[in-house]
Write a protein that binds this ligand. Sequence first.
Ligand code: FAD
Ligand code: 2HG
Ligand code: ZN
Length: 474
Amino acid sequence: MSTQHPILDTLRAIVGATHVLTDADGDLTAYEQDWRKRERGKALAVVRPASTDEVAAVVRACVAHKVALVPQGGNTGMVVGSTPDASGTQVVLNLTRLNRIRTIDAANLTVTVEAGCVLQTLQEACAAQGYLFPLSLAAEGSCTIGGNLATNAGGTQVVRYGNTRELCLGLEVVTAQGEVWHGLTGLRKDNTGYDLRHLFIGSEGTLGIITAATLRIYPQPVAQLTAFAALPSLDAAVQLLGLAHQHLHAGLTGFEVMADFAVGLVRKHFPQQRIPFAAAASPWYVVLENSDLESETHARTRFEALMEAAFEQGCITDAVIAENIAQAHALWHIRESVPLAQAQEGLNIKHDISLAVSRIPAFVAEMDALLAQHYPGVRLVNYGHLGDGNLHYNVQAPEGTNGEAFLLEQEGQVNTLVYDMVQRYSGSISAEHGIGSMKRDKLAHYKEPAALALMRSIKAALDPQGLLNPGKML
Ligand code: FAD
Ligand code: 2HG
Ligand code: ZN
């Protein structure tokens, strides 16, 4: 049926026949299934435009035919936001051909880049010109700038540079009507009414299609020091974070925590990686990074003072400091491998939660105890961006039990236990991954009614026909 839909010829005329994919063109799994393999949808077609004008024309065609659109970048999202539902009626608008870096404006410290550019490609292009584009996450080899903006991605450098939102100075967006909003100003100050950019950032493809962005870039640090430290408790990690802020100031560019069990999964599934500590050597580990704009000596003096204070106060029991860039990468690689190791271990129930840093140890103690009481032997894969108060508090079935069955039978109740506690601690049920279709009912339950009503009004105003990513977020 899908190959005969009247919109297909129009779409082929806009982007070229080879860039409109249907079942007849082969396996569409990469576009129809989410990264975590939680859901498999079915697309009417996958359309791959290569310019903003083509995107606008595709949107206008969809409006004319009342066909819904699912914007898609690298399809690495964690909440089933970039894949179609099972109806076979939605068009996947894949933006990966719209991937040029348009300009680097050195004096303005900005880069203007198209939405489908892969994050790592942008990082490398900026580095080649002596600049840092600081957004960094383990999916950087395949996630795109458009996806990063649409989810307001976080990652491992937020403690210094902020979320993707903080990095964005301007956007180009195709509206739900197929018009283009040219908002690539690159201005740091612009108080001419509502800041539209912030509506689209984090909107997960429900309000408009981001086609390009003007983003902040930074001078590259001249020295970087990375440590992998063993800690006696989560309280000690919070104490270490305080010390790191005091000693490093803006030089603190990364502060990631991992429970021993999370590190153990990397040891188990990626045995080729060299992990500085033996299994169960310590209950918690932190990867921390100091970036310095002055000199290697300046960086070392500060870092050594921090380490000394941390040992003295007992918040670190042991630490390895990278001697060179290769060693620093290897230490970071351990942290970045946790989600991949966890995926190898089997299906798990993810909670990407945000809490005040000061309340994290109490939350974890109370939550761990409650889950252990309800599910004896349950394995908690706890790690995340402690510097930002963001934990990935993931729940894995007890050893030796069927992970799939645990997920099917217990996910609802586990989520309720965790999110109720998050609410009691005044936290958020999504720190950085967004809502997608996976957490839509949770958003409806936990978000304040007044906020939900405002969100629905914005959606109705910008996308009155409800054609942009229906079933996601709201
Ligand atoms: P997609 O998955 O394709 O899409 C995500 C959402 O954005 C969807 O709702 C989609 O409709 C919408 N969208 C995509 N492009 C556009 C566009 N141009 N215009 C409008 N809407 C659009 N996330 C973090 O925040 N921090 C992390 O540390 C992190 N680590 C990860 C590690 C791994 C191993 C993996 C697999 C994922 C990780 N993620 C992380 C999640 C994911 O990588 C990010 O959410 C990323 O920003 C998604 O980019 P993408 O291009 O893959 O977007
Ligand atoms: C990370 O920080 C990602 O590694 C993935 O946000 C988190 O898989 C997860 O739960
Ligand atoms: Zn994360």
